[in-house]
Design a protein around this ligand. Structure first.
Ligand code: ADE
Ligand code: ZN
Length: 319
């Protein structure tokens, strides 16, 4: 049992944290027929491309700042109830723009949710602005520019999510230059749907301190060694990887092998209800299914805090 363990995560997409019951409520509220993506209390998709379409459809059910405040608070209260002290939330201003809410109101709603949850439980959270790769390089650059000028104390990082098979990292490198120059922490989805080359591209061209997933680095032993030497933290999301068929089962998942090779890894939920999981369940899987000891799980939680995009005073309080 891992209930008693302190937990932290640094990789969860806000719309991806929508409980299906909340999605159904939102659909009713706005008179939207969501039956293509939500059936019998579960999201409907069958591969990575369909997952991204489903994600965007669920995102479109949140139309106001208050909707986003409710979603964010709901997600954080569930985490806090499971002994979680810290979360980094991946948010996409493009989703705010797409529903006509606008990025500022979108972000304000998410900040309200963070403040409300912190007030009630003490849970700490920060925001990572992400560009969506499948919206193209120009949109990803706009997201970086938005993050750079946001000057919001809760916005501390920049990421790129979405369709990893679209273009090469080089096409998006400028967005990361903008975010780096603004002092934001950098992380990037790589080595999830694409292989080791994608992780190598990310290291060469973005030089992030962390990589979202990165698990397919396991296909290249020299790259695994390089990650260990650099101390790059992999935000590993085992349940997501199995649901999206990156690996066939938890036995073949490389979390333990990466850790044994000296790579810094931590446990994350990614888009929990889409993958029938939660952060608490991911910790349970690490313990009960993968056979990782409580001590090693604690070490991964510490890694998440060490890699968190927070100021040193906050980090010291969390560790
Ligand atoms: N957006 C939300 N979840 C994602 C994932 N697992 N990979 C890439 N983009 C995403
Ligand atoms: Zn992700």
């Amino acid at each position: 049992m891992t209930r008693h363990l302190l937990k932290a995560e640094i990789h969860c997409h806000i719309e991806g944290a929508t409980p299906p019951a909340l999605a159904a409520t939102q659909a009713r509220k706005y008179g939207v027929d969501a039956s293509k993506v939500l059936r019998d209390g579960a999201y409907v998709w069958s591969d990575f491309s369909e997952f991204l379409v489903c994600y965007d459809a669920v995102a479109a059910l949140f139309k106001t700042a208050d909707d986003y405040a409710l979603l964010t608070e709901t997600y954080l209260l569930e985490l806090a109830a499971a002994n979680t002290i810290y979360s980094e939330i991946i948010v996409s201003p493009d989703h705010g723009d797409r529903i006509g809410l606008g990025a500022d109101a979108y972000l304000a709603g998410i900040c309200d949710g963070i403040h409300a949850a912190r007030e009630k439980t003490g849970i700490e959270a920060r925001i990572i602005v992400t560009g969506e790769r499948h919206f193209g390089p120009d949109r990803v650059i706009s997201a970086a520019e938005y993050a750079a000028r946001a000057k919001n104390p809760l916005v501390t990082g920049f990421n790129m999510a979405g369709e990893e098979r679209m273009g090469r990292v080089a096409d998006y490198a400028r967005a990361f230059d903008i975010a780096r120059d603004a002092g934001l922490g950098l992380t990037i989805h790589a080595g999830e749907v694409c292989g080791a080359f994608s992780v190598a591209d990310a290291l060469d061209l973005v030089k992030p301190s962390r990589i979202g997933h990165g698990v397919r680095a396991i296909e290249d032993p020299a790259l695994v060694e390089r990650l260990a030497e650099l101390g790059t933290v992999l935000e590993v999301c085992p349940g997501s990887n199995i649901a999206l068929k990156v690996f066939p089962d938890f036995d073949s998942h490389p979390l333990k092998r990466l850790k044994a090779a000296g790579v810094r890894v931590c446990i994350n939920s990614d888009d929990p209800p889409f993958f029938h999981t939660s952060l608490a369940r991911e910790y349970e899987i690490a313990s009960g299914v993968m056979g990782i000891s409580d001590g090693e799980i604690d070490e991964m939680t510490r890694t998440a805090i060490e890699a968190a995009f927070v100021d040193e005073a906050t980090r010291a309080k969390l560790i």
